[in-house]
Ligand binder design. Structure first.
Ligand code: ADP
Length: 309
């Protein structure tokens, strides 16, 4: 089966403290590229996901999640010796805190030689993030190899610069992200990550720099300030939608999935940006990264209301 989009990276089980001072943890699912895959699948794309999962019940729960969401994970290898990664969200008086238990995870042991080449050659777009590359050097090599396979088959590369300084040294991150951005057709950075990675402050300067690296489209997300979509010919600034935001976890992943869903259908990056800006706003109105990912109807209803800040 040929696919519109394959996402590649590390899925992470989420254990979320339901209330401050309570010892209960609710099991959920996260991981930037998995969130993006589900966002795009809910909006109608044919999506695949590739990673390496632990041969454990948490790995099973991801296969079950992707099956429910219509995401093809049929080529994902299982690792009998390493666990599926996870993170714990605790809530204190000063807000929420993320603790990651991902070192040595099955995903961090992905290897270029395990990539399903024929399956990858059948996708129109491959999406990965800087987190996919930060988790280990073999994962970094795997992402670059997957980029080469898809590009050689005529497919496009989408890349989110999602930066986690704790995962790798800044100098290595800067070099790898720059190279990945040079290979990408569609670049999906967030403003704070871009500032830290490229040493530039102003959104316009960041866009100049990134477009010079070669991508056809850059969609820079600005959190509660919206987003800017840029091509070498044109830029469009999008104000954020006014919504009752309660949890922005995964808003950038929702933006990526929604952007790709429309861009792949229409080829119009500005229409894709407007749609993604609305989809990501809706993703902030519920808790967790996956549950509030919207349907096409919900996004269109928000766009019809036109309620922007
Ligand atoms: P990331 O999760 O990668 O840090 P951002 O915080 O930039 O990404 O958010 C991604 C997108 O989510 C923004 O471009 C915007 O469209 C939407 N968004 C984020 N926060 C809000 C908010 N408070 N209200 C409305 N939309 C928001």
């Amino acid at each position: 089966m040929s696919l519109d989009l394959v996402c590649l990276g590390e899925p992470l089980v989420e254990l979320n403290q339901t209330r401050p001072d309570e010892p209960l943890l609710r099991l959920g699912h996260g991981g930037d590229t998995s969130n993006c895959a589900i966002a795009a699948a809910r909006l109608g794309l044919k999506v695949g996901y590739w990673t390496r999962l632990g041969a454990d019940p948490l790995g099973d729960s991801f296969l079950e999640l992707w099956r429910r969401e219509g995401v093809d994970a049929s080529r994902v290898p299982r690792d009998p010796e390493a666990p599926t990664g996870l993170y714990v969200v605790t809530h204190g008086r000063d807000g929420h805190h993320f603790s990651y238990l991902r070192r040595g995870s099955a995903a961090s042991r992905m290897r270029p030689e395990d990539l399903p080449e024929t399956w990858l050659r059948g996708t129109r777009v491959l999406h990965a993030s800087a987190i996919s590359q930060a988790i280990s050097t073999s994962a970094c090599d795997t992402v670059f190899r997957a980029f080469e396979i898809v590009r050689a088959a005529g497919g496009a590369i989408a890349y989110d610069t999602n930066y986690r300084p704790a995962l790798w040294p800044a100098t290595r991150a800067r070099a790898i992200v720059r190279e990945a951005a040079r290979m990408a057709d569609i670049l999906l950075p967030g403003l704070e990550d871009a500032r830290a990675l490229f040493g530039l402050e102003q959104p316009e300067a960041i866009l100049d720099h990134l477009l010079d690296l070669g991508p056809k489209v850059v969609a820079l997300t600005l959190g509660a300030a919206g987003a800017i979509v840029a091509t070498p010919q044109r830029r469009e600034r999008l104000a954020a939608h006014r919504v009752a935001a309660v949890d922005a976890t995964g808003a950038g992943d929702a933006f990526d999935g929604a952007f790709l869903a429309v861009y792949l259908r229409t080829g119009d990056p500005f229409g894709a940006g407007r749609f993604a800006n609305a989809a990501a706003a809706l993703a902030t109105t519920g808790f967790g990264a996956v549950a509030p990912l919207p349907t096409r109807e919900a996004v269109e209803a928000l766009l019809d209301r036109g309620d922007v800040g």
